[in-house]
Design a protein around this ligand. Structure first.
Ligand code: PHE
Length: 356
């Protein structure tokens, strides 16, 4: 091989090995094999070579061309493979790495208790009625037979709002009983509803919060009597606490909106806090037959329609059922408390079916 070809060969092969990437490789390729490349130029110059030397030189040029083409292709394959390796390394996913934990929320004990109350009364045929937190004092007091001078108005430590509606002062409702008024005035009997929701009283200690939840119940129909009230409340309490023979006592009491009125107690052990036995009684809800004046205030003739009502504090029965000693953390959004007392979203309801 003549010197010029040998030089082209060694220089090209060395430059190919040194080409760091496909760009460098491509300009090298064009520089050798392209239209105005070095080798192409030599091939073009073949015509000027003396005829006796032309044949040999032509053959040498063609061998060189074949060798360089092969070397160029081989280098491209090597650069391609290296580029792929770099990409694979950069995009590498470490599937052996443990996943980052997704924090999971939980159902608040109040929500959970509400769901249970809904489920039990729902199975008995009660619907759910709701009303606004801000009420006028006629629905919160007057219509419920609690006159202006009545001590219940002070007992309930009412939050008064600025302003009035239809000549009545606005209050943060102190109980969900105004929803019963709304329901009786808004629909024809028969009525079976529970009224869950937020309620407000200016009171704050370990067992009282200025905002808390109540669930009241109302049944209005012809010939409703105290036996219906007792059966309904006893069934609810036994089902809610999951104790088939839970002792339940109805104790005569007074509410302006019911007559007769009864406090409902359940059996428990004062020392251990265990619900169900132990010889002590624990007050758990208020109840009674809807007062004739309340019926009349709602446009119902008390000689035709009767009913019973009851009301309970949701936090209170949640604390008793779940063994939570203090009311305040219910609203503090402390994740440790929520994880401890909260419920998994898909956990089966703690309802106890088939109670005798
Ligand atoms: N509204 C009463 C309260 O908040 C509870 C209650 C409701 C009592 C219905 C009797 C009947 O204390």
């Amino acid at each position: 091989m003549s010197d010029d070809l040998e030089t082209l060969r060694t220089e090209t092969l060395a430059a190919l090995q040194a080409a760091p990437d496909l760009r460098a490789w491509d300009s090298l390729r064009v520089g050798v094999l392209g239209k105005s490349g070095a080798l192409t130029g030599l091939l073009k110059g073949l015509g000027a070579v003396a005829p006796e030397a032309r044949r040999e030189r032509g053959a040498a040029l063609n061998r060189l061309k074949a060798e360089l083409e092969e070397a160029i292709e081989a280098r491209k394959a090597a650069l391609d493979a290296a580029a792929l390796d770099t990409r694979l390394a950069a995009e590498r996913v470490d599937i052996s790495q443990p996943p980052r934990p997704e924090p999971q929320g939980s159902i608040h004990p109040i929500s959970r208790t509400m769901e249970e109350i809904h489920a039990i009364f729902g199975a008995m045929g009660f619907g759910v009625a709701e009303g606004p937190d801000i009420e006028d004092d006629w629905r919160n007091f007057g219509a419920l037979n609690i006159p202006g001078h009545h001590p219940a108005r002070q007992d309930m430590d009412t939050f008064y709002m600025p302003g009035e509606r239809d000549g009545h002062r606005l209050v943060l409702r102190t109980h969900t009983s105004p929803v019963q008024i709304r329901t009786m005035r808004g629909q024809e009997p028969p009525i079976r509803v529970i009224c869950p929701g937020r309620t407000w009283r200016a009171d704050h200690d370990a067992t009282h919060s200025p905002m808390f939840h109540q669930c009241e119940g109302l049944a209005i129909d012809r010939n409703i009597h105290l036996g219906h009230l007792k059966g309904c409340v006893v069934d609810f309490l036994r089902s809610f606490f999951g104790i088939a023979n839970l002792p339940v006592r109805f104790r005569s009491s007074y509410f302006p909106f019911t007559e007769p009125s009864m406090e409902v107690d359940i059996g428990w052990n004062r020392k251990t806090g265990d619900i169900g036995g132990g010889g002590d009684w624990l007050e758990i809800m208020g109840s009674g037959m809807v007062h004739p004046k309340v019926l009349a205030n709602c446009g119902l003739d008390p000689r035709e329609w009767q009913g019973f009502a009851f009301g309970m504090g949701v936090e209170r029965i949640a604390m008793l059922k779940l063994g939570i000693p203090d009311l305040r953390p219910f609203y503090e959004a402390d994740l440790r408390w929520l994880r401890h007392y909260g419920f998994a979203p898909l956990a089966p309801a703690m309802l106890h079916e088939g109670l005798a």
